[in-house]
Design a binder for this molecule. Sequence first.
Ligand code: SF4
Length: 531
Amino acid sequence: MTNTNTMDTEATMSQAIALYKSGCEMVRITAPGTKEAQHLAIIKKEIINKGFDIPLIADIHYNPKAAEIAAGIVEKVRINPGNYTDRNTGKTNFTEDEYQKSITGIRKRIAPLIEICKQNNTALRIGSNHGSLSERIMDRYGDTPLGMVESAMEFLRICRDMDFHNLILSMKASNVRIMVYATRILVKKMADEGVDYPIHLGVTEAGDGTDGRIKSAVGIGTLLADGIGDTIRVSLTEDPVNEIPVAKKIIYYFGQVPVEPTSQLFRDSFRNPFEYDPRASNKTAIRGCNQFPLIVGHKDNKAHSADFSELQILENNSPWDIISDNRNTEAFSEEKELSGLVFDGKLKTSVFEFRELFNLLHQLNINSPVILKKDYSGIGESDMVIQIAIDFGPLFVDGLGDGTWITHPEVSSEKTTELSFQVLQASGARISKTEFIACPSCGRTRYNIQKSLQEIKAKTSHLKGLKIAVMGCIVNGPGEMADADYGYVGMGDGKVALYKGKVQVKKGVDEAQAVDALIDLIKENGEWVDA
Ligand code: SF4
């Protein structure tokens, strides 16, 4: 997605072409109003004049008229069902009659858009975002995965009633687990209603750097491993071109794997895939670290912050049994008394062998704790980051696994330990530092969000347990920063607003002073500790 001002033809066109050249197959551009929606025609023409044929997607919030204009110009329009027609007025306690009237209202407002999409063969993405649901949906379902799904299903049913099927749906959240559970519920709901429309995947506000890459790979990877997903977007608070190699690495991981039809998806699963349902293992083999997954570090490096060293486990083989073949059921049965298991992943796509292992342990009624181990010899560091995220992250999203043990002969123990902590943080299994929620920015952003995010991370990363949101605009930022403790939100040229939870406490702060003002706010609330 471009992050330029949509009215800046040259900048937007150049960025769209750069994204396309780096390997993306469609480009999304924000259209906050009718003026920007009209301007998409000029951008499209200029892109064609430069010799490129790039499918464009218009990103619409709050403005049905902009959606209708864009639908006559671009290949796809993305609308957010939480803010397409509904406006928040503070109302609660919707009666059934009021609820149904509101849906009738949506039907009237969206009908012209559907007709234009039909006439122009324009696709429509119904994209729910956690944090921007309508108050009607919030009143009935809360800000929940089910609320996200119902919000989209209402629109889907209207489209189907109007015999419009050029549809794709998405459930995005900055919280990986919420994004995963909402998307799985969506697949189930669609199957229950006898339909199966394509699904777009993405972790929104994933942030930047390795954290942002890991968060995206864990969320998208979990669902691709389920066989869910038709298009993906990695969103990073960086130059958008940086998103494409990450997306390609995620796709590459699954390149050789036959994908099950989604209708088969939950048939044999022993666990509840729709909410956090951790495997209860007996933690007898884990000393002093039984509340969250532990991390094993290299044996050759004593100075690291891992919970266990490789040496401790190798030298004291009991109580850990190290295995590398999850099909050896006989051995498992004989070893029922084993108190801890290290499973050494061997496949390129270990997420599948790890999942198979836990299925088998369930069948054999073995509750031993399991450390998941894998060696990444011969794999470059940037590829390794994505592979680790997809090998391990989906297991911890689903509450499977009691530890990680990652090795690479040329990567330090500090680094593999740090990557383990990042995967556990992204999957919500173990919080070891400040959680950052940062939007990728778009044409609505009017301050240097990338610089601000880096500065905020440098100064506040040690505040373990705090969630800080860094958002591009005041229109969508406050809603989409979900349950952040503090918000740093763009509100105009070079200006920022600060939030404590959902409450705006300062506005119009110059961006040059805003990071210090955020730190002062954290101090005023007694939540600052020195690094
Ligand atoms: S929150 Fe960020 S990505 Fe979303 S509309 Fe605002 S600036 Fe754009």
